[in-house]
Design a protein around this ligand. Structure first.
Ligand SMILES: Cc1ncc(COP(=O)(O)O)c(C=O)c1O
Length: 481
């Protein structure tokens, strides 16, 4: 396998070696998917197991590629939790698909770093086009189009999108002085008590401070109470503070609650607050007209994000972040050192996405998203989303028909929150037994202070058979307790 060339004049993998090894890797991935159900979904290794099986120092001499693949199989696979198993029902999905994997591979192959339009025009222009496609496809307002005042950009994660939104909101609220002078306090942000922890992280990083984040109470459906939001804003105003930012959630992590965005949006308009809408997983469902109500009120939003890397068959990482006023975002995040100056930027005719995100460098992520959209078509995506929702609803009906269980939250889409009526300890034991068996993987949350099991149907290849098996296993383990 080792070529003389490799040993004498270069240590690089030649194109011919790459072709051979690459075919082997693609075969390995295809085989992995065909045997994925034979692995325990949740990795069963103990802390330190893998580390102990690896040498303490890096190899001095290069090794054969086949040995690398052998170790992937023997050492790495046991330490993998199989997010792409159709028996994965934990957290929210981070699903993947053939076209996305291949698009990602091509992105690696091209090895483009698209910080500026000039560093690879296709990287920028494909991203702009694909993000524009998604605006009407998801029923989002036209102001998010690049041809309007706003535009979309791919971020690594929803956490980054929320942070960027908060930074732009901070600058807008302080007449763009905080970047210059530092954040002088007094700014207050709002989100619901059920919002994702990334909002808390954003107030830490953006210099707002955790004390200045109000966690607004939720109603019996775990959605933000808009009257409580309004009251909190007024109270802060009266105390001389400066309310500036609200994050509403469409599909909370714990229970998939949908905040009342139309009411929240009106409150934000009234008080001139930046409204960010976090639709990390559930936004994808708005591809289907029957779920487009999820985006009611987004016309009031200054920014919005959803993650194709959760439920739209696009490999991690890929978050689509839209703003209504791109100037505010760019003015917040733009820094132009001499070494990045170029004619295209100075002409004002191009987008430089480095000004729309925290890092400078960026991958060619739009390739995988483009591949997914073209391979499935909107019709194909709608088909699979509808099927996931149907399966979750079916599962919810089975839970309701078993006297031992109770539902803990509504099931608007593909997440079912349920529990054994017999108490937290029983639910913990049930979840541990199921996850330890390797047959499926689900996770928990606390709702109304009660330990609640969450089963989310969203893995690409999950079908009726897998959901039926999950329910059968849950019933069996419940009987055994
Ligand atoms: C509602 C919501 N927002 C934000 C996030 C954070 O996602 P990311 O990992 O893309 O930052 C999650 C993750 O599950 C989420 O459920």
């Amino acid at each position: 396998m080792t070529t003389p060339e490799r040993k004498t004049t270069s240590f690089h993998m030649s194109p011919e070696e790459f072709r051979r090894n690459g075919h082997e890797v693609v075969d390995w991935i295809a085989d992995y998917y065909s045997r994925i159900e034979s692995f325990p979904v949740l990795s069963q290794v103990k802390p330190g197991d893998l580390r102990a099986s690896l040498p303490a120092s890096a190899p001095g001499k290069g090794e054969e590629f086949t040995d690398l693949l052998k170790d992937l199989e023997q050492l790495i696979l046991p330490g993998v939790t199989h997010w792409q198993s159709p028996n994965f029902f934990a957290y929210f999905p981070s699903n993947a698909s053939g076209p996305a994997i291949l698009g990602d591979l091509l992105s690696s192959g091209l090895g483009v770093q698209g910080m500026l339009w000039a560093t690879s025009p296709a990287c920028t222009e494909l991203e702009t086009r694909v993000l524009d496609w998604l605006v009407p496809a998801l029923g989002l307002p036209e102001k998010f189009l690049s041809t309007s005042t706003g535009g979309g950009v791919i971020q690594d994660t929803a956490s980054s999108a929320t942070l960027c939104a908060m930074l732009a909101a901070r600058e807008r609220a302080t007449n763009f002085s905080s970047n210059q002078e530092g954040c002088r306090g007094k700014l207050v942000a709002y989100t619901s008590a059920q919002a994702h922890s990334s909002v808390e992280k954003a107030v830490q990083i953006a210099g707002i401070g955790r004390e200045n984040l109000r966690l607004i109470e939720v109603d019996e459906r775990f959605a933000m109470n808009p009257e409580a939001l309004s009251a909190a804003i007024q109270k802060d105003r009266q105390s001389g503070l400066l309310p500036f930012f609200v994050c509403a959630t469409v599909g909370t992590t714990s229970s998939n609650a949908i905040d009342p965005v139309p009411q929240i949006g009106k409150i934000c308009r009234e008080h001139n607050l930046w409204l960010h809408v976090d639709a990390a997983m559930s936004g994808t469902a708005a591809l289907c007209p029957e779920f487009r109500y999820l985006h009611d009120g987004v016309e009031f939003a200054d920014s919005y994000c959803f993650n194709p890397h959760k439920w739209m068959f696009t490999n991690f990482d890929c978050d689509c972040f839209y703003v209504a006023d791109r100037k505010a975002l760019i003015q917040t995040l733009s820094v132009l050192p001499e070494y990045l100056r170029n004619k295209a930027t100075e002409s004002g005719a191009v987008i430089d996405y480095r000004d729309w995100q925290i890092p400078l460098g960026r991958r060619f992520r739009s390739l995988k998203l483009w591949f997914v959209l073209r391979y499935y078509g909107i019709d194909g995506l709608q088909f699979h989303i509808r099927e996931h929702v149907r399966l979750a609803q079916e599962f919810a009906a089975w839970v309701q028909s078993d006297q031992r269980f109770e539902m803990v939250a509504p099931t608007p889409l593909n997440l079912v929150c349920f529990r054994l009526k017999s108490g937290d300890e029983a639910n913990q034991q049930l979840m541990d037994a199921l996850n330890h068996s390797g047959d499926l993987y689900l996770t928990h949350t606390k709702l109304n202070d009660k330990l609640t099991l969450r089963l989310c149907v969203g893995q690409t290849n999950t079908t009726e058979r897998h959901v039926e098996k999950a329910w059968k296993r849950i019933q069996e383990e419940a009987s055994r307790l």
